[in-house]
Design a protein around this ligand. Structure first.
Ligand code: DX5
Ligand code: ZN
Length: 216
């Protein structure tokens, strides 16, 4: 099964209630929140109160991707926000172990993301302690960018690295029906898609088609 995580960054923010309902009724698995601080990435988006206010609107798994410098400072703001997992960036802290233990202490699932130029082998020391690896296939910061095909090999390398472990392999950035299939063929389990879903004429059909992709 491929899990689909629609990214609210591309949703119609004036109609969030309907947009979330639409994703949920289409069978989306996770809901992806892109949190940006204007430092780690050159853009601003949502904060913890945004996540908190969405919580009553959905039963979906809340997949919170924090693109922020100094995650240890910001993570406590997400306690009791309804987040199920927080995925932080390898590049954003020099103290990965403290971030992991802080998240675990608060019963949050732990994800680590790597930017396109960061080698995924950097995550090897943490494989016993994490639930999710998020491979960025665009430079983080903005929706609607083109998928970096050169990262397909990195997805395959990650799949091999985590084989036999209960770690999900999530891919984020430039996912559409074609690149979704390419990611699945290389071992991705979870696909984040913003524009391809929320800017589509029929978002529900896109979610269903992505969900039906299978590794050949
Ligand atoms: C980019 C974000 C992505 C973004 C993806 O920094 O992490 O989650 O919403 O958007 P699309 O699917 O439009 O590339
Ligand atoms: Zn994201």
């Amino acid at each position: 099964m491929v899990l689909i995580a629609p990214s609210l960054l591309a949703a119609d923010l004036g109609n969030l209630r309907e947009q979330i309902k639409l994703a949920e009724e289409a069978g989306a698995d996770w809901l992806h929140f892109d949190i940006m601080d204007g430092h780690f990435v050159p853009n601003l988006s949502f904060g913890p109160d945004f996540v908190r206010q969405m919580r009553p609107l959905s039963k979906l798994f809340f997949d919170v991707h924090i693109m922020v410098e100094n995650p240890l400072l910001f993570i406590p703001m997400f306690y009791n926000s309804g987040a199920d997992m927080i995925t932080f960036h390898y590049e954003a802290t020099s103290d990965i172990n403290s971030v992991i233990s802080e998240l675990k202490k608060h019963n949050l699932k732990v994800g680590i993301s790597v930017k396109p130029d960061t080698s995924v082998t950097m995550l090897e020391p943490f494989l016993n302690d994490i639930d999710n690896i998020l491979i960025m296939t665009v430079e983080p910061g903005f929706g609607g960018q083109s998928f970096m095909r050169s990262k397909l090999a990195k997805i395959a390398q990650t799949a091999k690295m985590i084989e036999g472990r209960s770690i999900t392999l999530e891919v984020d950035g430039g996912i559409n029906l074609q690149t979704a299939d390419d990611c699945v063929q290389n071992g991705a389990d979870v696909l984040v898609a913003g524009s391809a879903i929320f800017k589509a004429d029929n978002p529900q059909a896109i979610i269903k088609q992505m969900q039906n992709l299978r590794r050949k």
